[in-house]
Write a protein of this length. Structure first.
Length: 173
């Protein structure tokens, strides 16, 4: 397992639509392990493969706050098959948009179908923070960021902030 570097806004990779994973190989399992280690190190509660530069449809999630209570989920080729009409507002952040948080409204409950690392198809319902996290990470697989749900003004401000930071960093390099 290895901690991989995170892709940070405004990197264009974050706008790529990720490709299906295909067969569950040792390489896919190693990628999932690296993703979990990277997510825990950050620290975060979810990570899509594109956030470490791999355009594959794989997501890892773990809502546990305490390392002793970890309960990692690996979703391979996840697909949201149903969303509730009821909405929920939750403050979201993103490891690819560090130290920026904003309230986002999303469906409160969802149904998701995915494959686990054994290759088995799983279909489950989620609500609350888990539903929010799954939607956030599946959005990444489709090139969508949580800031895309903000007003045009807020989105413009955060994009400019990260573009300036990236420019400064490249000038210092």
């Amino acid at each position: 397992m290895a901690i991989r570097p995170l892709v940070i806004l405004p990197d264009r990779k974050l706008r790529l639509v990720s490709e299906p994973v295909g067969p569950i190989t040792d390489e896919v399992k190693a990628l999932a392990a690296d993703m979990l280690e990277t997510m825990y190190d950050a620290p975060g509660i979810g990570l899509a493969a594109i956030q470490i530069g791999v355009p594959k449809r794989i997501v890892v999630i773990d809502l546990a706050k305490n390392p002793e209570e970890r309960s990692p989920m690996v979703l391979v080729d996840p697909e949201i098959t149903w969303i509730s009409e009821e909405k929920r507002v939750h403050e979201e952040g993103c490891l690819s948009i560090p130290e920026y948080y904003e309230e986002v409204e999303r469906p409160d409950r969802i149904r998701v179908r995915y494959r686990d690392l054994a290759g088995e198809t799983v279909e489950t319902e989620a609500d609350g923070i888990l539903a929010t996290c799954i939607q956030h990470e599946v959005d990444h697989l489709n090139g969508v960021l949580f800031v895309d749900y903000l007003s045009r003004l807020k989105r413009s401000r955060v994009l400019k902030k990260f573009e300036k930071a990236a420019k400064r960093e490249s000038e210092d390099a």
